[in-house]
Design a protein around this ligand. Structure first.
Ligand SMILES: O=P(O)(O)OC[C@H]1O[C@H](O[C@H]2O[C@H](CO)[C@@H](O)[C@H](O)[C@H]2O)[C@H](O)[C@@H](O)[C@@H]1O
Length: 369
């Protein structure tokens, strides 16, 4: 994987102008936030091709090292703080741009899409203990009272529900391959039936099988953890010593050799195995908008908040639609298709609370008129 400068050189003059006005490029569009040109994103790990097994494993290990970088490595002469400032100019804080964001939503229905790990809950060593705080739960519950809200996660849907514990939301588990609508979703659409969509259902036995194979193959690697996410599998290496990463990658690679219908992607210190179908968090976002009746509508403002590589698929969809806001949760500059940023889950909670407060005030005003 190659790391790029956070601000491409051909964008520098535009950046200077935005510095003068202290406004993000995304707000220069009359329709509100508009996509930035797509940055050069990290290459996906290829599982096919003619590379030798060793070369493939090596490539995987390099990609594992680059995963979840603390910052984009610089190839230009800017200092770290200058780079960070430039990045913030291009991806300003959604909190400091709050007024502009809600102005862009005037006359539109906000639909909220929230990733779970690293967005609603902090990243922790044990994936089974990634709990969200009660304050965050209240913020999400309140947001869902005003806006259709979906949790979009790589996790198994039941597992994420056991963390979020809120009815009345849409849940898209397994990177969007397992979508369920609220059982009483009449709130937003009168005749709406409960929604269930599982585009990868035929892969269920295969995923179960490969999961067992992976548990067996990785059990000699201390710290490795295999998580069955129903339509995909996570192999965690957060607690694996770096000197063992090659051995882990080799085990996963050899397991995948027998499953050409599965592919590998990567998240934060995790290798993810999923079906080769063209479905991801971006497709899930489009599907949910369509289910809510906003397929070709200009009256909607989808807001997607996420922290991970897999959330980039959703940010990209918003960019391509020229509609909505992608908000990346990160303390560090990263290549992203998102337009805005928040530093950590605590800021996500503040943003959700402000949205609720703004909605309550504007709703109160509307009632008084
Ligand atoms: O789409 P998400 O909701 O962000 O889920 C992506 C993966 O999140 C979890 O793993 C990550 O969080 C763990 C807990 O903080 C952390 O230990 C791990 O290193 C991270 O990769 C989850 O366990 C995975 O199954 C999800 O695919």
């Amino acid at each position: 994987m190659t790391n790029q400068n956070v601000v491409a050189s051909d964008e520098k003059s535009a950046v200077d102008i935005r510095i003068r006005f202290l406004l993000p490029k995304s707000l220069f569009s009359p329709d509100g936030p508009k996509p930035l040109p797509a940055p050069r994103l990290a290459k996906k790990i290829e599982t096919g091709g003619v590379a030798t097994a060793a070369a493939k494993t090596n490539a995987w290990v390099n990609s594992m090292r680059d995963s979840s970088p603390t910052r984009v490595k610089s190839t230009c002469s800017l200092s770290e703080s200058e780079e960070k400032n430039s990045w913030i100019m291009n991806h300003p804080s959604a909190l400091s741009m709050f007024e502009q964001i809600v102005n862009a939503s005037k006359g539109k229905q906000i639909v909220m899409f929230l990733d779970y790990d690293g967005t609603l809950s902090p990243i922790v060593e044990d994936p089974d203990r990634a709990f969200m705080t009660n304050e965050m739960r209240e913020a999400v519950r309140d947001v869902a009272r005003y806006f259709p809200t979906a949790i979009v996660t790589g996790r198994c849907r039941d597992k994420v529900y056991s963390f979020v514990k809120l009815a009345g939301l849409y849940y898209a588990g397994s990177h969007g391959m397992d979508i369920k609508g609220p059982s009483k979703s009449r709130k937003y659409k009168k005749d709406q039936q409960a929604l269930l969509f599982q585009p990868a259902s035929k892969f269920l036995p295969m995923i179960d099988e490969v999961c067992k194979v992976l548990v067996e193959k990785t059990k000699s690697i201390p710290g490795a953890k295999v998580e069955n996410n129903k339509f995909c599998v996570s192999v965690h290496f957060r607690c694996v010593e770096e000197k063992m990463w090659a051995a882990l990658a080799e085990q996963v690679r050899s397991a995948l050799n027998d499953y050409p219908q599965l592919r590998l992607t990567q998240g934060r210190k995790v290798l993810e195995i999923r079906p080769t179908i063209k479905w991801d968090k971006g497709k899930a976002l489009e599907f949910l908008l369509e289910s809510l009746g906003y397929a070709n509508s200009n009256d909607v403002l989808p807001v997607y908040i996420g922290d991970d590589r897999t959330d980039e698929d959703a940010f990209k969809v918003l960019r391509n639609r020229g509609q909505g806001l992608g908000i990346l949760v990160s303390k560090f500059p990263k290549e992203t298709n998102a337009s805005y940023s928040l530093q950590e889950p605590a800021e996500v909670k503040d943003f959700l609370r402000r949205l609720v407060e703004w909605k309550r005030i504007s709703f109160g005003r509307a009632c008084r008129v």
